[in-house]
Design a protein around this ligand. Structure first.
Ligand code: NDP
Length: 439
């Protein structure tokens, strides 16, 4: 903390992991001997840079860009880019740190990284977005490469932004290579990448429930957010026979008792890029609640009774009171689509209640895993079918569940996937760091 003042999200992520690792250190002293934790929490490299661009009025704007290349012990750096006004080093470091263990857990050869900028895409014209992305990549490109560092999207960075960044990378390097994932299908993208994080979160929930002889079919589900992860969580929930009844954004939430209409949601968010209240204009039987009407300190999404919850918006969007209400209302499954959406005491409440709880590094690893499948297709200059990629994604999610739950059992807490996921992810990276010598 002394070396990293004022980065609460980063401390939160590290503390959770360190707490889980205590039983491993008792069993295997080699990790402490090699000072793995001290090395792991320190990023291999942090790049902070100026992003200067010109807005539509001809005025110069200045933002701050970040890329934290956290750990490359098991493969090239990999992790998304976030454009949001809240971005600062503490957010990028928490996301990068989580990404190391998530990528390791996926069973694939990818290291951990994260990047972004304190840029607010809301209200910007398409030309402004393009100029910002080009300015961002004009600095970042020199730190990337298909076997060095391969960023992807995250909050505020979707196919459009990836396109503008990839175009600038290509112009600067004179190379068409798989240096970003989430690319458009016409220029190197993978089928099923767009859907992968949401689908993966639902596959993971289904695995957890099946291990207890239950399933998602017939379950009422609540989902927060209405971006990439939330939309494809909802799509897969319907495919598995569940009924998602909520969505939200930073302006408020929708409760649609008969089930969120997926075509309307896609129209509002993917085509019109409107605020979520627009959904209630198109579906008058849905109820819109603005953030100003939420109970103080609460997220109203989690007050809606459900059997399974899918937090898919942002960090710390589900606190202890929200968790308590979810449990009181009979929720038996929580699968995190967003990164670190539950506060530490909310996680403890889920673990104490012994429900099926999936921490983000298990349940939202489908996106990065499918990014690796996109890199594989780029390397062999092929494009696989949707079903082929989706089947691989399903297999990867099932493998993550097996790895985390086997490790949880090994350490005496069979359903604790926080413990199992953290230890399984850490062990692989730590062993690789020992093999590679001190650096
Ligand atoms: P999008 O930008 O597509 O959507 C984000 C959604 O979350 C929007 O509905 C947004 O509302 C809402 N949101 C963001 N910040 C806040 C906030 N402070 N309060 C309330 N709502 C908020 O992002 P994604 O769907 O891609 O990402 C969502 C989460 O999933 C993030 O935590 C991300 O790190 C994680 N994730 C994403 C992956 C991917 O493949 N895309 C992979 C793994 C994790 P609004 O538009 O009003 O801001």
């Amino acid at each position: 903390r002394k070396n990293n003042p004022g980065e609460p999200e980063f401390y939160q992520a590290v503390e959770e992991v360190l707490h889980s690792l205590a039983p491993l250190f008792n069993k295997e002293p080699k990790y402490q001997k090699h000072k793995i934790v001290e090395r792991l929490v320190e990023p291999e490299r942090q790049i902070i840079f100026r992003v200067a661009w010109i807005d539509d009025k001809g005025e110069v704007q200045v933002n701050r860009g970040f890329r934290v290349q956290y750990n490359s012990a098991i493969g090239p750096y990999k992790g998304g880019i976030r454009f949001h006004p809240s971005v600062y080093s503490g957010i990028i470091k928490f996301l990068g740190f989580e990404q190391i263990l998530k990528n390791s857990l996926s069973g694939l050869a990818i290291g951990g990284a994260k990047g972004g900028a304190n840029f607010d895409p809301k209200g910007k014209s398409d030309n402004e977005i393009m100029r910002f992305c080009q300015a961002f990549m004009t600095e970042l490109y020199r730190h990337l490469g298909p076997t060095i560092d391969v960023p992807a999207g995250d909050i505020g960075v979707g196919a459009r932004e990836i396109g503008y960044m990839y175009g600038q990378y290509k112009r600067l390097t004179h190379a068409h290579e798989g240096v970003l994932t989430g690319k458009g299908l016409l220029w190197g993208g993978s089928l099923a990448r767009k859907e992968a994080t949401g689908y993966g979160s639902v596959y993971f929930a289904d695995e957890m429930l099946k291990s207890r002889n239950q399933g998602l079919e017939g379950k009422i589900c609540t989902v927060s957010g209405s971006g990439n992860v939330a939309i494809y969580t909802i799509e897969k929930l319907y495919q598995l026979g569940a009924t998602p009844v909520t969505v939200s954004d930073s302006s408020g939430m929708i409760y649609h008792k008969s089930g969120i209409k997926l075509d309307v949601l896609k129209q509002v968010k993917e085509k019109e890029q409107a605020r979520i209240s627009r959904y209630a204009e198109l579906c008058p039987d849905a109820v819109f609640t603005p953030v100003s009407a939420y109970p103080k300190g609460r997220n109203a999404v989690w007050s809606v009774p459900c059997q399974a919850a899918f937090p898919s918006a942002t960090q710390n969007e589900l606190n202890l009171e929200d968790a308590t209400e979810l449990l009181k209302n009979g929720c038996i499954c929580v699968s995190e689509g967003a990164n670190m959406p539950s506060t530490a005491d909310a996680v403890n409440a889920f673990l104490a209640a012994k429900i099926s709880y999936a921490p983000a590094k298990c349940s939202n690893a489908g996106g990065v895993s499918t990014s690796l499948l996109e890199m594989s297709q780029n390397a062999v200059m092929m494009q696989w079918s949707f079903d082929e990629v989706d089947a691989k994604l399903k297999g990867i999610m099932s493998g993550i569940f097996d790895g985390a739950s086997r490790t949880a059992k090994e350490f005496g807490e069979p359903h604790n996937l926080v413990l199992g996921g953290n230890i399984a992810g850490f062990r692989k990276v730590a062993d690789a760091m020992i093999d590679l010598g001190v650096y």
